[in-house]
Design a protein around this ligand. Structure first.
Ligand SMILES: *Cc1c(COP(=O)(O)O)cnc(C)c1O
Length: 367
């Protein structure tokens, strides 16, 4: 497997050999040993955000977006109204989910290089009492912006509305604490900062909110209330679980705890991010965001000024040196992205920076 390139992407990302090897066993979905794994995963996910006393963890098959859609559909009543502070593609996706599900919504629009402002959310909630929920993306993975979760949670709580957090690319690395931040739901998935394989999401839902959510969902398969009730009664998933993914996610969480939990994971990503920005700056490549709002998860870089630069050729040349980059997602600027998450291999981020150095040298020689 030495020729497998390292993924510098926001998920799926490179997972450890131990996590991969935990997928070699088959499990029956009715088997008590398998259902004990599901139970352990749910409890540990609650513990990561200190929510065992107040919230329930409801897992769901599918990619992260399935869980976001399920959370909006299950937790926002059909008469609800969602405020979406919007500074990137994942915020836009939430607005689109609201549109598709027929939930009223309002956006506050920001440029792609600005963080959400809690003061704006405060004003919007004061101006419109019809708003029942705020949906915030914690780390906007499109540009890599860190949005101010604690400040927004304080404002939403003060107005007595519900807060739904897409914490897909922050859960397990950045601080989320149910004891100090009030939220109705936090959504994440197996294949991001917890470094499992992709294939399941989960929603941490305030217990009293979930208890009242019966009948809200437009969908059978995406109904988190139904999934929760069934799981509570039987310990099993309602429909076929992604058994190998659940087992590997359990192994990944075990390694997360061995590493030192959320703080150690966050510190590792922050060190990767610093090393990446410094290393690329040394090659003349500038990061897009101001340091104050850069999340240590994924970094957007301006395209190299090299004449004839084209992302696909750049990507292929870096891939040939063992690293997978990610295209940019900005609407007007030519950029590319590099992730700080996952098992980076022996040489870590410096190996990736060196691969980019070699490719830029070759491009410059050719130009
Ligand atoms: C990865 C991600 C998602 C989910 O994307 P999927 O492709 O469905 O896994 C949602 N929100 C954010 C912020 C993400 O980074």
């Amino acid at each position: 497997m030495t020729d497998t390139p390292i993924l510098l992407t926001p998920g799926p990302l490179t997972i450890s050999m131990r996590t991969k090897q935990s997928m070699l066993r088959d499990w029956g979905s009715w088997d008590a040993d398998f259902n004990r794994i599901t139970g352990r995963v749910r409890e540990r996910l609650l513990d990561i955000v200190h929510a065992r006393d107040t919230h329930e963890c409801v897992p769901l098959q599918g990619s992260g977006t399935f869980s976001v859609e399920a959370a909006i559909g299950t937790l926002v009543p059909r008469s609800g109204h969602v405020l979406v502070p919007q500074n990137g593609a994942y915020c836009q996706r939430i607005a689109r989910i609201c549109r598709v599900l027929g939930r009223a919504h309002t956006t506050i629009d920001y440029p792609e290089d600005a963080a959400v402002s809690a003061a704006d959310v405060d004003r919007a909630l004061a101006a419109n009492p019809a708003i029942t929920h705020v949906a915030l993306v914690h780390c906007e993975t499109s540009a890599g912006i860190l949005n101010p979760l604690a400040a927004v949670a304080e404002v939403v709580a003060r107005h007595g509305r519900g807060l739904i957090v897409d914490a897909m690319s922050s859960f397990g690395a950045l601080e989320i604490d149910a004891r100090t931040m009030r939220f109705d739901a936090v959504i994440a998935a197996s294949g991001k900062c917890l470094e499992g394989p992709p294939g399941m999401g989960f929603v941490i839902v305030r217990r009293e909110v979930l208890e009242k959510a019966e009948g809200n969902s437009h969908s059978l398969a995406m109904d988190l209330y139904d999934q929760w009730v069934y799981m509570k009664k039987t310990t099993q998933w309602r429909f076929t679980p992604p058994t190998h993914v659940v087992a590997a996610f359990d192994a990944a969480i075990e390694q997360f705890l061995e590493e030192g939990g959320r703080q150690a994971r966050g510190a590792r990503y922050a060190a990767n991010c610093r090393q990446l920005i410094e290393g690329m700056a040394g090659l003349g490549l500038k990061s897009f965001l101001p340091a104050a709002i850069q999340a240590p998860i994924i970094v957007t870089f301006h395209a190299p000024p090299t004449p004839g630069y084209e992302f696909k050729a750049f990507y292929n040349a870096v891939k040939a040196r063992g690293y997978i980059l990610y295209p940019g997602k900005l609407t007007t600027l030519e950029t590319f992205r590099v992730g700080c998450m996952g098992q980076m291999g022996e040489r870590g981020i410096l190996g990736a920076v060196d691969a980019v150095r070699q490719v830029l040298a070759a491009l410059n020689a050719a130009a």
